[in-house]
Ligand binder design. Structure first.
Ligand code: DP6
Length: 318
């Protein structure tokens, strides 16, 4: 019996992953690029060898659906594994709209492989984490990370690649939580619906690689305006594939729209602030760290809570 604990930060996509080319292996239809955040973490402990498979999430027993996802994932590490015990907790509210599955499956990969006695490097852990949740493939590194979609059938080259470490650029990500209402549809079924029914999905897929190229160069050049422009376009294109689904998928709430206008007004008044949104109503704004207070103040009237975050580091194993 061995036990390992991993502490992992969530990441936010600046150029989005939306759509799969292979469901069972969880291979993406597009490449993506993200920023790993500081402050918030998922902490996961795996004990390899227990009387039965048992999982605790945020202090409560996992539901049957959650347990299946967790233990199917541990089967990927070793199909002949013993029963295992898993305890996982986020120190951030899931309603914050921060991708908890990104840190969740990355933490399960890191702690699970270590508890199993497997010495996997970050790339191998990324390939593993990807099979739990796509965005998790990017949480194996701090700072800016690209998820290369790869070309191999077996997905072994569909993996995260570090682009720049967390201290490369003094930026902030200001997160406006505008609603904590449970979303009507999760990202996985919404992605599928976009691929199956949106007339814009083809354009989304065709233009994504060029967006990642622009974003990577902008990160390396520390060019906030170039990164911001392509980041906003990626978000709006992704949401365009959702709103044009049958039936439409619409995550924005009135507060979302108010935040979008607040960000545009900030830019009109000379502050370089750029927004992104995921499969939910909350708005995340990238800006220079020196502008984070001004961005926070502009979003606060439209949000229930505003978090001020920065670039975070790589997973820590203990
Ligand atoms: C909108 O990684 O949660 O946050 O691979 O189906 O588990 P699965 O999806 P998930 O999707 C994240 C989608 C997104 C954009 C992104 O993080 O790139």
């Amino acid at each position: 019996m061995a036990t390992a604990t991993a502490t992992v930060h969530p990441n936010i996509a600046l150029v989005k992953y939306w759509g799969k080319r292979n469901g069972p292996l969880n291979l993406p239809a597009v490449p993506s690029l993200s920023l790993t955040l500081d402050t918030f973490t998922t902490r996961t402990t795996v004990t390899w060898g227990s009387e039965a498979d048992r999982a605790q999430l945020d202090g409560r027993p996992a539901t049957p659906g959650e347990s299946k996802r967790i233990f199917d994932f541990l089967d990927l590490i070793d199909p002949r594994r013993p029963p295992c015990a898993v305890t996982t907790a986020n120190d951030f509210p899931t309603a914050a709209g921060l991708a908890s599955s990104s840190s969740g499956f990355a933490a399960l990969a890191v702690a699970g492989a270590a508890a199993a006695g497997q010495d996997l490097d970050a790339q191998a852990l990324s390939v593993l984490a990807r099979q739990g949740s796509g965005s998790a493939s990017r949480s194996l590194w701090g700072g800016f990370v690209e998820w290369e979609m790869g070309t191999r059938e077996d997905g072994t080259d569909s993996v995260g690649v570090p682009v720049a470490p967390k201290d490369h650029w003094d930026v902030a990500m200001v997160v406006a939580v505008v609603s904590d209402a449970k979303k009507a549809i999760g990202s996985r079924p919404a992605m599928r619906l976009s691929a199956e029914t949106s007339p814009y999905y083809g354009t989304w897929v065709k233009t994504a690689a060029a967006d990642v190229e622009v974003a990577r160069a902008a990160v390396l050049n520390r060019d906030l305006e170039a990164l911001g422009r392509v980041m906003e376009q990626s978000t709006h294109k992704m949401h365009a594939t959702m709103t044009t689904c049958t039936p439409p998928v619409f995550y924005a709430q009135p507060g979302t729209i108010a935040c979008i206008h607040a960000v545009m007004a900030l830019r009109d008044s000379g502050t370089s602030a750029w927004l992104t949104m995921d499969a939910g109503p909350n708005v995340k704004v990238l800006c220079a760290a020196a502008d984070a207070d001004a961005v926070h103040a502009a979003l606060a009237p439209h949000a229930a809570v505003v978090h001020r975050l920065g670039p975070g580091g790589a997973p820590v194993l203990s």
